[in-house]
Design a binder for this molecule. Structure first.
Ligand code: HDE
Length: 755
C-alpha cells in the first residue's frame, strides 16, 4: 500500500472543509451534485468514497431489531478505496469482459461480468400501484405537549424530539411522470417513535373519492390511463375518470377539490396535509376522543396557475422534487404544525350533524378549530433515492399506544392493503428490516425467516407459550406501554353489504367548498372543469357530470356548460343552505418567503453596480437568486450566471427583478430559440419580454430599477400596475417586492367574472 495515500486523503479532506467554509461566506445556489468540485481531467488515484453532501441525511443506523448501532450512516455506503466485487474482492478491470482473445467470445467463467449484469437486470422493483411518483426527506418532529389531555402517545410530549421521514407524491402518474399535473398529493409521515413507528399516511385534500375501501380499485382503474392505449399519463382529464365520478357521485366532493387550485400545488412545502379519516385517541387515563389530523404549512397554502403547471410539466417535470431538495439544501427548511380537530367519542360518531366515519366529509375548522400539537421540520435530503424514498413502506397499522383506528370503512380496508402491497413491491414480508423502515423502538417479535431476512434471531422457541426460551417474549400490560385495542362496543347488528343513510349526501359539502372560494378561485375551478370535460370524447359523460355540477351549484354548472357548448341541466336534488368556511380559501394572508426563487435579469454589457448587493440581500432574506443573462459563465463582476435567455423561463421563478435592459442577444433568432419569436430589432431581447409577459400573466411580482425600468416599459408594463414595483436601487425594489411576495401573487391581476 502506498504510504503517501493517507496523507493525500487528509489533505483533500482539509481542502473540502476549506471550500465548504468559503461557500458559507458566499452562499451558493442549490443543486450542487457532489461534495467536491470535479477536476477537468479524469481522476487517476484511488481515494475512499466521498462523504455525503452537507444537505443529505440517511436512515439511522439501527439493527433490524431496532438497536442503535452507533456507527455513522456512511458505514451503510461504499467502503474502502478500491473497486470490489459484491464480496469485497478487489477488481482490476471493469471495462472489458473476459474473452478468448481480444476478438473472441466472452467466457462463461467471467463471474464479474455475470455479477454486474445480473444485478443490473434486477435493479428495478415494481412501482407503487398508486402514488408511484414522489419525493422524500428526513426531519424531526417536536411535540408541544398540548395533546396530553387527549392522547398519551409519547412523541407528542412537550419538547420530545422524534426523527421522521416524509414522502410526498402524486396519485395517478407513473414513477417518471411530471410533478405538476392536476392530481391529489400524498403526504405520508413516518415517525420513528420510542414506542413503535407511527405512520400518518395522508393527502393534501381532506376528503376522499370513496366511502368504502372496496371501491378503491374502481376509482384507481378509472383515474389511471385508459387500458388500451395507456393514455393519458398522470391526469384526470379523460373519459374513464369522468365516467366514474359522474356515476359514483360520492366522488364529487373530492373532485371539486381536485379541480380547485389545491390540485396544482406550488410546492410540497406549501401544502396542507390531512389524515382524512377520523382516528380514536386515548389519553393516559384511558379516556378516548375522536380526532382528525391536519398538517399546517408555515409557508401557507399556495398553488401554481394552470398555465404554469402545464409549462412546467414540459420544462421541468421535476419541479416539486427539485423545490423540496433545493429548499433543504439552501437551509430554507420546510415546516408544518401538526394539528388536531377533536370530537367527543360518543356512540353516534357524528359532530354537528356530520358523520365522522364518512371520509367524503370535512368538519369545517370554524366549527371545530384545529389545535396545534407539534412541529415538523424537514432538514435533510435523502442520500440515496432508491434506498430511502423508493423503499420506504408506510402502513396505517403502524400505530403507537394512544392512537387507534375507527370503523371508517375506507380506513378499515387500508389497514389490509398497505401491508399486503409491500409483499410484492419490496419482495417479501421482511420489508420493515430495510434501513429506512427500521423502527427505533426495540423489536421482539416472533416473525421468522422469509426473503431478505436481515435479523439473526436467537433462541429456540419463536412461539408462545414456551418454556425453552424462558417464556420469552412476554406480552406487556397497558402499564408496560402496550398498545391496547380500544374496547369499542359494537352494537348488535346484522352482516350486510351496505352504507349508513348518512353516506347518501354527496353534494352538500362540495357546495360548501364552492361557496367558500373567492371569485378568483371560483374562476379557476370553472376553468379546470371546462378544460377536463373538454378533453373527454363522449358527450354523454360531459352531460352526466354537468348534472352533478348542477347539484353542487347552478352558477358553476352554467359557466362550465357554456364553455362546453351544452345546456345546463336543473338540479336533481334540493340545494342545501351552506355556511361558507373561509379556512378553505388560499387567499387573504401573508406568509414567509423562504426558499422562493427570484430571477434577476441583467445586461452584462452595462452597469452591474449593486447586483452583488441585491443578490446577497435575496440570500439574506432566505430566498434563492437566479441571475438571468444572455449567455452563461461569469459576469464581468464575477457573479455567476444560473440561467440564460435560452434556458430560463418565468415559470420557475416567484418574482422577476429587472436590473438591466439587455438588447437582443445574437441567438435571439427563432431558428436558435423559438421563444425569440419575431423580436429582432427591438430595444429588449424578446426572451426577456416573454419572461416579463408571462410573469405578469401569472400575477407574479415584477421589480425594476435603473435601466431595468426601460426593460419593463419595453415589455409593455408600467409602474403602478398591481405587483409591479420600481425604485432607485435594487435593495429598495427588493424590500417592496418582498412584501408583495408574502401574499404569493398580485391577485388583483386575475380578472374574475364569477362572484
Ligand atoms: Fe393509499 N395506498 N389507499 N390512500 N396511499 C398506497 O401503499 C389504498 C387512501 C396514500 O408515499 C399503497 O405502499 C387503499 C387514502 C398515500 O409510500 C396501497 C385505499 C389516502 C400513499 C394503497 C387507499 C391514501 C398511498 C400503494 C382505500 C389519504 C403513498 C403503495 C381503502 C388519507 C405512500 C403503498 C408512500 C399508497 C392502498 C386510500 C394515501 C396500494 C386500498 C384515503 C399518501 O397500499
Amino acid at each position: 500500500m502506498d504510504p503517501s495515500k493517507p496523507a493525500k486523503v487528509v489533505k483533500e479532506a482539509a481542502e473540502t472543509v476549506a471550500a465548504k467554509a468559503a461557500e458559507l461566506l458566499d452562499p451558493k445556489v442549490p443543486g450542487v451534485p457532489s461534495p467536491v468540485s470535479p477536476s477537468l481531467e479524469e481522476p487517476t488515484g484511488p481515494v475512499p468514497p466521498l462523504p455525503p453532501r452537507g444537505d443529505q441525511g440517511a436512515p439511522d443506523t439501527r439493527t433490524p431489531t431496532g438497536a442503535d448501532t452507533h456507527v455513522p450512516a456512511t458505514a451503510m455506503a461504499q467502503q474502502g478505496a478500491y473497486l470490489t466485487t459484491s464480496q469485497g474482492a478487489r477488481l482490476r478491470d471493469t471495462d472489458h469482459s473476459l474473452k478468448a482473445g481480444v476478438r473472441g467470445p466472452t467466457l462463461l467463467q467471467d463471474h464479474h461480468l455475470r455479477e454486474k449484469i445480473t444485478h443490473f437486470d434486477h435493479e428495478r422493483i415494481p412501482e407503487r400501484v398508486v402514488h408511484a411518483r414522489g419525493a422524500g426527506a428526513h426531519g424531526v418532529f417536536v411535540g408541544y405537549g398540548s395533546a396530553a389531555g387527549v392522547c398519551k402517545a409519547g412523541f407528542l410530549a412537550e419538547g420530545k424530539e422524534t426523527p421522521v421521514f416524509v414522502r410526498f407524491s402524486t396519485v395517478l402518474g407513473s414513477r417518471g411522470s411530471a410533478d405538476t399535473v392536476r392530481d391529489t398529493r400524498g403526504f405520508a409521515t413516518k415517525f420513528y417513535t420510542d414506542e413503535g413507528t407511527f405512520d400518518l399516511v395522508g393527502n393534501n385534500i381532506p376528503v376522499f373519492f370513496i366511502q368504502d375501501g372496496i371501491k378503491f380499485p374502481d376509482v384507481i382503474h378509472a383515474g389511471k390511463p385508459h387500458p388500451d392505449r395507456e393514455i393519458p399519463q398522470a391526469q384526470s382529464a379523460h373519459d374513464t375518470f369522468w365516467d366514474f365520478v359522474s356515476l359514483h357521485t360520492e366522488a364529487q366532493h373530492h373532485t371539486i377539490w381536485n379541480m380547485s387550485d389545491r390540485g396544482i400545488p406550488r410546492s410540497y412545502r406549501m401544502m396542507e396535509g390531512f389524515g382524512v379519516h377520523t382516528f380514536r385517541l386515548v389519553n393516559a387515563e384511558g379516556a378516548t376522543s375522536l380526532a382528525k389530523f391536519h398538517w399546517k404549512p408555515t409557508l401557507g397554502v399556495h398553488s401554481l396557475t394552470w398555465e404554469e403547471a402545464q409549462l412546467l410539466a414540459g420544462l421541468d417535470p421535476d419541479f416539486h422534487r427539485r423545490d423540496l431538495y433545493d429548499a433543504i439544501e439552501s437551509g430554507a427548511y420546510p415546516e408544518w404544525e401538526l394539528g388536531l380537530q377533536v370530537f367527543p367519542d360518543d356512540p353516534e360518531q357524528t359532530f354537528d350533524g356530520i358523520d365522522l366515519l364518512d371520509p367524503t366529509k370535512i368538519v369545517p375548522e370554524e366549527l371545530a378549530p384545529v389545535q396545534t400539537v407539534g412541529r415538523l421540520r424537514l432538514d435533510a435530503n435523502p442520500t440515496n433515492f432508491f434506498a430511502e424514498v423508493e423503499q420506504v413502506a408506510f402502513h396505517l397499522g403502524h400505530l403507537p399506544p394512544g392512537i387507534d383506528v375507527t370503523d371508517d370503512p375506507l380506513l378499515q380496508a387500508r389497514l389490509f392493503s398497505y401491508l399486503d402491497t409491500q409483499i410484492t413491491r419490496l419482495g417479501g414480508p421482511n420489508f420493515s428490516q430495510i434501513p429506512v423502515n427500521r423502527p427505533h423502538a426495540p423489536v421482539n417479535d416472533m416473525l421468522r425467516d422469509g426473503f431478505h431476512q436481515d435479523a439473526v434471531h436467537g433462541g429456540a422457541a419463536p412461539y408462545r407459550p414456551n418454556s425453552l426460551d424462558a417464556g420469552n417474549p412476554f406480552p406487556a400490560g397497558a402499564d408496560d406501554g402496550a398498545f391496547v385495542d380500544t374496547p369499542v362496543t359494537v352494537t348488535q347488528s346484522t352482516k350486510v353489504r351496505g352504507n349508513p343513510v348518512s353516506f347518501e349526501d354527496h353534494f352538500s359539502q362540495a357546495r360548501l367548498f364552492w361557496h367558500s372560494m373567492t371569485p378568483v378561485e371560483k374562476e379557476h375551478i370553472v376553468r379546470a372543469y371546462t378544460f377536463e370535460l373538454g378533453k373527454c370524447y363522449e358527450q354523454t359523460i360531459k352531460e352526466r357530470q354537468l348534472q352533478s355540477l348542477a347539484n353542487i351549484d347552478p352558477v358553476l354548472c352554467q359557466e362550465v356548460a357554456t364553455g362546453l357548448g351544452l345546456p345546463a341541466p336543473e338540479p336533481s336534488v334540493p340545494l342545501t343552505d351552506v355556511v361558507p368556511s373561509p379556512a378553505l380559501s388560499q387567499l387573504g394572508g401573508t406568509w414567509p418567503q423562504d426558499g422562493r426563487l427570484v430571477g434577476i435579469v441583467v445586461d452584462p454589457d452595462s452597469d452591474l453596480d449593486g447586483l452583488s448587493t441585491v443578490r446577497q440581500a435575496v440570500f439574506t432574506a432566505g430566498m434563492v437568486p437566479l441571475v438571468v443573462a444572455p449567455r452563461g459563465g461569469m459576469l464581468p463582476n464575477g457573479v455567476p450566471v444560473q440561467r440564460t435567455f435560452l434556458t430560463g423561463r418565468s415559470v420557475e421563478l416567484d418574482a422577476v427583478l429587472l436590473a438591466g435592459c439587455p438588447a437582443p442577444a445574437p441567438d435571439a433568432l427563432p431558428a436558435r430559440d423559438a421563444k425569440a419569436g419575431n423580436g429582432s430589432g427591438e430595444l429588449l431581447d424578446p426572451r426577456v419580454r416573454l419572461l416579463v409577459e408571462e410573469a405578469f400573466r401569472h400575477a407574479k411580482v415584477i421589480g425594476a430599477w435603473g435601466a431595468g425600468v426601460d426593460a419593463l416599459t419595453a415589455a409593455g408594463r408600467a409602474p403602478g400596475e398591481a405587483g409591479v414595483v420600481i425604485g432607485d436601487s435594487g435593495p429598495e425594489v427588493l424590500s417592496t417586492a418582498l412584501e408583495l411576495l408574502s401574499r404569493h401573487r398580485a391577485w388583483e391581476r386575475f380578472p374574475a367574472g364569477v362572484a
